[in-house]
Design a protein around this ligand. Structure first.
Ligand code: MSP
Length: 480
């Protein structure tokens, strides 16, 4: 039988500097969902990549005395190294400087122009150079600064192409308020009130003041301005309007794009509008999460408060950092990064799971216990065995339900609660059963219950902390 396709994407990151811990958050979250879907038998396409054009990169390269392409080539190596250390199982990596992507973007831009959705005009507005964003007066913060990085904006004016957004306003409003596209849906009101109700403004989609971008084929003074270039990656990476790949029919529409709230607007409004203009199906979901903060502010390169993920990896290891990300309490609550919290999570979850596993292995070795020789005979089990197994069932069902709906912190909570019950309640109270002499039925029951619990929970946690669970799972299933 043909496997069902599942397509998940991270944002494509700006390689204007090396990645920081904040970038790892979305990628790790996507990785856990991709692994989960693979375990369920889906044919998964997990896409990540880098968004390599724009003024900032042009400037950074100039500072270093290298070409923009040379500059991004180096940073991309670091991104890829990081994803390998973090145990990220992406299937495809897109770079917006790849020829096939450029071809697709040029064709999309031309198609939108031919359909009358892109037109030439003049841009006047407030421009934030670090964020590469134009803002309207009403979007600026209370100090008249950029609403995202809160730095000063400058008055800017230039000839530019625009993407007409208004024809799609009604459909987009319905998409946000009447479907489950946006998760969590609570953010729909804010988007509708801030951007749709006041009238969707046309989007500036080309620039003439820098060169590091994809040239507009029919007007070579212009390069395609960042969002049309960036958002198209989700379809160019499948071979849409290029010959590089041939997966578009199989994987589009995407099951989920995962992003943080800083780029929600682009994915909730502009991307659907682009797809509508191209007559393409819309992605099924947009899962939006909060920020990792540091010293009270969103962690970012431009704020200079970024934590180097390589240092963190060396200190805590990939699983501990991954686990810390998942335990962010709710999608909209910012999560401050601190080594102390990473260690606490590691001790509470991974430590508890590992100690329980070590307890089992210790006694199994003493007793030469071989789980393959026995089966779990439910009717013969003690009440507490049945109790922990029923807890196990509901924990696994809970993790399943949550990961299917991109509720990662909730999935982590189910796992944590079960591991606590297993260690603090089941093992503590069953200890003496393992000390009994000989292999009586009650002892076998205790062994088989604990064995089943450890194997099953490791499998359930495998998409989230792949290194440690693989160790446990392999040792228990392969060597016993
Ligand atoms: N290039 C655009 C995205 C284009 S997608 C078609 C971009 N790049 S970015 O490098 O700035 O990355 C933004 C994304 O990185 C966020 O949406 C989020 O997924 C992740 N994060 C960056 N900093 C983060 C935190 N401090 N906390 C959580 N996620 C963070 O925007």
């Amino acid at each position: 039988m043909e496997k069902k396709p599942f397509y998940i994407t991270t944002p494509i990151y700006y390689p204007s500097g090396n990645p920081h811990i904040g970038h790892c958050y979305t990628t790790v979250a996507c990785d856990s969902i991709a692994r989960y879907r693979r375990m369920q038998g889906y044919d998964v396409m997990f896409l990540t990549g880098t968004d390599e054009h724009g003024l900032k990169i042009e400037q950074k390269a100039a500072e270093k005395g290298v070409t923009p392409k040379e500059y991004v080539d180096e940073v991309v190596k670091t991104f890829k190294k990081l994803w390998s250390y973090m145990n990220i199982s992406y299937d495809r990596y897109i770079r917006t400087t790849d020829d096939y992507h450029i071809e697709t973007v040029q064709k999309i831009f031309k198609a939108l122009y031919d359909k009358g959705y892109i037109y030439k005009g003049e841009y006047k507005g407030k421009y934030c150079t670090p964020c590469e964003s134009f803002w309207t007066e009403s979007q600026l913060d209370e100090n008249g600064c950029c609403p995202e990085c809160h730095r000063e904006v400058t008055e800017a004016k230039e000839e530019a192409y625009f993407f007409k957004m208004s024809p799609f306003a009604e459909r987009i409003e319905k998409l946000l308020t009447e479907t489950d596209y946006l998760q969590p849906k609570t953010r729909a009101t804010e988007l509708v009130n801030n951007f749709i109700k006041p009238g969707l403004e046309d989007l500036c989609v080309s620039r003439t003041t820098f060169k590091w971008g994809i040239p507009v084929t029919f007007d070579d003074k212009h390069v395609v301005y960042v969002w049309i270039d960036a958002l198209s990656n989700y379809i160019s990476a499948l071979g849409f309007w290029n010959e590089q790949y041939n997966d578009f029919d199989k994987f589009w529409p995407a099951d989920v794009h995962m992003v943080a709230k800083d780029i929600m607007r682009f994915h909730a409004i502009i991307w659907p509008a682009m797809l509508m203009a191209l007559d393409l199906p819309l992605p099924k979901h947009l899962a939006v999460h909060g920020w990792i903060t540091f010293n009270g502010q969103k962690m970012s390169k431009s704020k200079g408060n970024a934590v180097d993920p390589f240092d963190a990896l060396e200190t805590y290891g990939a699983d501990a950092i991954r686990w810390y990300f998942y335990t962010a309490s709710a999608p909209w609550i910012p999560k401050k990064f601190s080594g102390k919290l990473v260690l606490e999570g590691q001790r509470k979850f991974m430590g508890t799971l590992w100690n329980t596993y070590a307890f089992f292995v210790l006694y199994a070795n003493i007793d030469n216990f071989d789980a393959t020789k026995y089966s779990l005979e439910y009717d013969k089990l003690a009440v507490m065995d049945k109790w922990i197994l029923s807890k196990l069932n509901s924990a696994v069902a809970g993790v399943d339900e949550c990961l299917s709906n991109y509720k990662i912190p909730e999935a982590a909570k189910y796992l944590q609660e079960f591991v606590d019950d297993l260690s603090n309640w089941y093992v503590r109270r069953s200890r003496e059963r393992f000390w009994a002499k000989g292999m009586e039925q009650d002892k076998i029951n205790a062994y088989m219950t604990l064995y089943t619990a450890l194997v099953t929970i490791s499998k359930a946690a495998a998409p989230m902390i792949p290194f440690m669970t693989e160790d446990i799972y392999r040792n228990l299933v392969c060597s016993i």
